[in-house]
Unconditional design. Structure first.
Length: 134
């Protein structure tokens, strides 16, 4: 079987797939202005598009929960990663680097790492303990 993969040209993430047939062709989608290509693989879950191929999106590889006194350090966060803390964008890393976040208040925080299309979003819960220093 052959499939037609239709993808978002800005994020390079596949949106949907269609089994190729006499009526469903690449030209059918291209004539509608869609970005698409043919593939033997119709599975688009956790994939992204590069050079008209489907590649697996990677995990950042960090734990889902951290308990810290006042600082969280994540090593080798990839270039281009957008950092969110409690759903507020903190910035985008311009190079692969260690990410250090200092917390001033005790509490539970949600850290989100986004790097489209290559990585799956990562949501990390950070519990900051009572030994926080100013």
């Amino acid at each position: 079987k052959m499939y037609i993969i239709i993808y978002n040209n800005e994020t390079m993430l596949p949106m949907y797939t269609a089994e190729k047939s006499h009526d469903v062709t690449l030209d059918f989608f291209k004539d509608r202005g869609e970005h698409c290509f043919e593939s033997e693989n119709g599975n688009i879950i956790n994939k992204y598009v590069k050079d008209e191929s489907l590649l697996d999106r990677k995990s950042f590889g960090y734990e889902r929960n951290y308990d810290v006194s006042n600082q969280l350090v994540l090593n080798d966060v990839p270039e281009g990663t957008t950092i969110f803390l409690d759903n507020v964008e903190q910035g985008i890393l311009e190079s692969t680097e260690d990410l250090e976040i200092d917390f001033e208040e005790v509490g539970t925080y949600e850290l989100k790492l986004v790097n489209i299309p290559e990585y799956l979003d990562s949501i990390i819960t950070v519990k900051v303990g009572n030994e926080v220093t100013s």
